[in-house]
Design a binder for this molecule. Sequence first.
Ligand SMILES: Nc1ncnc2c1ncn2[C@@H]1O[C@H](COP(=O)(O)OP(=O)(O)OP(=O)(O)O)[C@@H](O)[C@H]1O
Ligand SMILES: [Mg+2]
Length: 231
Amino acid sequence: MIEVRHLKKTFHEGGKEIKAADDISLTIPDGEFISIIGRSGSGKSTLLNMIGGLDRCDEGEIIVNGKNLSSLNSDQLAEYRSSETGFVFQAFHLETGYSVYDNIRVALLIAGVPFKEHKHRVNLALEQVDLPDKMRVRTAKLSGGEKQRTAIARALINDPKIILADEPCGNLDSENSDRILRLLEKLHRSGKTVVLVTHNRADANRAQRIIELSDGVVIRDEQTGSFVAEP
Ligand SMILES: Nc1ncnc2c1ncn2[C@@H]1O[C@H](COP(=O)(O)OP(=O)(O)OP(=O)(O)O)[C@@H](O)[C@H]1O
Ligand SMILES: [Mg+2]
């Protein structure tokens, strides 16, 4: 479970104060598929980054699976990022000079997984994202959709319970976007918590619940109704 309590984050830019998170509270139960929408600058990435332990809050708290992220030191926070969450970014964040294998393997190295398990684990992750034949290809040579599937494989490699995706379809055409969304839906069906940041309302509607942010405040929090559970 992800519990966000009275979360605040203020940036100071050019003498101005920007309240990117202004007293946000919300609870995301285990296994929920939730979208976060809102205009550019409304605070979506700020919130996701704090949930994912990429950034720290100024006030309030985030408790994930019973752990208060503010109370973790930087090593513990790195361990949390590596083992409990998988982060997917709009711009993929791949090392384009390296192969698919090496990009995904980084997450195993960080997690201290024994070398002899790497090939098998990377293979399994690539099967999950339907990219089995690309292991030795440099990521510079992949299509946008393949790059994002590689990034998702990297996010999945340590089998985190939580997938955090910040505009994962922002650089993709509609066909590849649909493929990524179907992958997120599959991960949700397999029991993972999925938090999707998007400015596309149709994409957002594929989740069970939508949160809308405006100026760092939650202005809407509702079930979509469009979600049909698998039998
Ligand atoms: N590191 C930073 N330094 C200063 N201001 C920042 C920083 N990060 C975010 N902000 C500001 O905080 C506000 C929220 O930013 P955030 O990136 O969370 O918005 P967003 O909803 O993700 O927008 P977008 O849809 O464009 O990605 C914006 O006004 C932004 O300019
Ligand atoms: Mg953003």
